[in-house]
Design a binder for this molecule. Structure first.
Ligand code: DQQ
Length: 601
């Protein structure tokens, strides 16, 4: 607790000090010297992180565990530990010691991904994949050393692990990522896990009466004719109506299920809504739900996010009765840059998610606690953005902002025609029809992290409306990174996804965009289509970033309401000054290399 209080008070100090004096504080200096480092996204103080593991709300605290390499900024499977942080509000985080390190024969080569389940007596249990001394993937449990410690700081790994050894028909390097367990009506626990069994990519289910002895169900939860291993499965219930989340063991009328997997071949997370049979322990995707259902190939399913986001994991937040999603967002500049900065990887800002009223797809939205960071506000009300128009939204820091805008489309008459085949490749379509390519209805949207009026660097998040050959309209959402950075060696793709809305009826579409130095997370159509991007603009090292609304369509669009808030930095895993100095000495780092001379925030 003392460390937690110290971490929080250090950040408050950093926020309260005027910029000249705060830049002399090592804590503030560490934040300011690195213009790529985020201000309100989850990052450990340093080093490599990847998948979120075992997110849970327990005893009044949120816990986030994550794949962590304590020894450096790059991926190193043999060194994978579980980092651990706690929060009272999902926004400010205090770092604790690692929950798991690869120290036992059953995880000697790495503690890979997994989950936390709270048993009926209130006991939390970690279920995780260990890579054992013989490099086999096996499933282990860990228990809190002191169940009365409210922070669950230390975990023990019972010597009877693994609780699930590698099955004979599963390949040694393809058996991992157990889900949070759920309780069936027969009183047995179940978890799902990814495997390649007899050469087929599959999601298996295990059952147990005591959480120790597990038996595999003969039928898989789901198998894809695509034989590639799916990673990080997540099976969770959603209410057929309404935005309330459900406990992972919820069942009965009014409960639907979502199955999500992460596919390493495309580095995308796919999900579909369907029917979970809680006796057979099988999942069947809904039939023919427009796009995204009725097919066993994961890659035809809907996407959690159409940009740069992977290995997502949800948990039920009993404090606010909602289901919340975390996901790993990796770097897309070079490994040398990661090493120079001393860290790599972000977690997406936590998102609440629920089923849309039509029951076809998830809606995702940043958790409301983000509003506690809102400071300055800029607004545009009832404006018209003419063809070729560009309007700056001034008065707030464009590098740390939350923007919420609605675009109204007076006429669809000039929508460009589109062949239905093009619906299959939104990324390519966004690439061809980028933000600066004049269209009919659109492109209109936001330019973020822009270098100023020269627009030498900017990231465009925008919509374009097309008319399909049979007369229906469709909305394409894009994040165009081609001009996001002038730095060499940065990945600058164009992300795209269609937004499942009836634009002919609605005549308007909303866009929410979170900007945080090197990440831009966008939510189109009320969270129907989400798009995360990593950006590395060079200008941000020395000057401020700007925010604009633009329209390169043939007709004007209306902006009935745009609100943009500057966001204060959250306290995210801030290392108390003394500890930081000690660690630096240990790491043999020259203190001077960590100092900065100017703040650009
Ligand atoms: N990363 C993990 C795996 C998972 C993959 C280990 C996904 O368990 O399959 O760091 O990013």
């Amino acid at each position: 607790m003392a460390a937690l209080r110290l971490a929080v008070s250090n950040v408050i100090l950093c926020l309260l000090l005027p910029s000249s004096s705060s830049s002399s504080s090592p804590i503030c200096a560490a934040r300011m010297q690195d213009h790529v480092r985020t201000a309100y996204h989850f990052q450990p103080a340093k080093n490599w992180q990847n998948d979120p593991n075992g997110p849970v709300y327990y005893n009044g605290m949120y816990h986030l565990f994550y794949q962590y390499n304590p020894h450096g900024a790059l991926w190193d499977v043999g060194n994978l530990s579980w980092g651990h942080s706690v929060s009272g509000d999902l926004v400010n985080w205090a770092a604790l010691g690692n929950a798991l390190d690869p120290t036992a024969p059953f995880d000697a080569n790495g503690c890979a991904s997994g989950s936390v389940t709270i048993l009926p007596d209130g006991q939390p249990v970690i279920l995780y994949s260990g890579i054992d001394a013989e490099r086999r993937q096996v499933q282990n449990i860990a228990l809190p050393k002191n169940p009365r410690d409210p922070l669950l700081r230390e975990w023990t790994k019972p010597s009877y692990n693994p609780v699930v050894p590698l099955p004979a028909d599963v390949s040694a390097d393809n058996f991992r990522d157990p889900t949070t367990a759920w309780l069936g009506r027969d009183g047995l626990w179940r978890f799902a896990i990814s495997a390649v069994a007899t050469g087929v990519g599959t999601t298996l289910v295990y059952r147990s009466a005591d959480f120790l002895r597990w038996e595999r169900n003969a039928a898989p939860l789901h198998a894809s004719r695509d034989a590639v291993m799916a990673e990080c499965p997540d099976l969770f219930p959603v209410a057929a109506r309404g935005a309330e989340g459900l406990d992972t063991s919820a069942r009965g009328p009014g409960v639907r299920h979502v199955l999500k997997v992460s596919m390493p071949d495309t580095l995308q997370d796919y999900y579909t809504v369907g029917r979970y049979d809680d006796e057979a322990d099988t999942f069947t995707p809904d039939e023919d739900v427009a796009r995204g259902g009725g097919d066993d190939d994961y890659r035809s399913w809907r996407r959690i996010d159409h940009g740069h986001l992977y290995a997502s994991k949800t948990f039920f937040d009993a404090r606010k009765n909602r289901r919340v999603l975390w996901a790993w967002v990796n770097e897309s500049d070079s490994e040398a840059d990661d090493v120079a900065r001393g860290w790599s990887g972000l977690q997406s800002f936590p998102r609440a998610l629920w089923l849309d009223p039509a029951g076809r797809q998830l809606l995702q939205w940043p958790v409301e606690e983000i509003e506690t960071l809102r400071r300055g506000r800029a607004a545009l009300l009832g404006a018209e953005v003419e063809s070729g128009g560009l309007r700056e939204i001034g008065g707030i820091a464009g590098s740390q902002a939350d923007v919420d805008v609605v675009f109204e489309i007076p006429s669809l008459e000039r929508a460009e025609g589109l062949d239905g085949n093009r619906l299959l490749d939104a990324d390519a379509l966004c690439g061809e029809k980028g933000a600066s390519v004049q269209g009919g209805v659109g492109p209109f949207g936001l330019l973020v992290m822009a270098s100023g009026d020269d627009l030498r660097e900017h990231t465009a998040v925008f919509f374009r409306v097309f008319r399909l050959l049979h007369g229906e309209y469709t909305v394409l959402m894009c994040t165009d990174l081609t001009r996001s950075s002038t730095k060499a060696g940065v990945y600058r793709p164009t992300h795209g996804g269609f937004v499942d809305v009836d634009i002919e009826k609605d005549r308007s579409i909303s866009l929410r965009t979170l900007i945080d130095h090197s990440i831009v997370e966008s939510f189109g159509g009320g969270g129907r289509t989400c798009m995360t991007a990593r950006v590395y603009p060079e200008h941000a090292a020395t000057s401020s970033s700007h925010l604009y609304v633009f329209n390169n369509g043939s007709d004007a669009v209306r902006v009935p309401k745009l609100e943009a808030w500057e966001l204060a930095p959250a306290s995210v895993n801030v290392v108390p000054e003394q500890e930081e100095e000690e660690e630096e000495e240990e790491d043999g780092l020259a203190a001077s290399s960590n100092m900065c001379t100017s703040s650009v925030y």
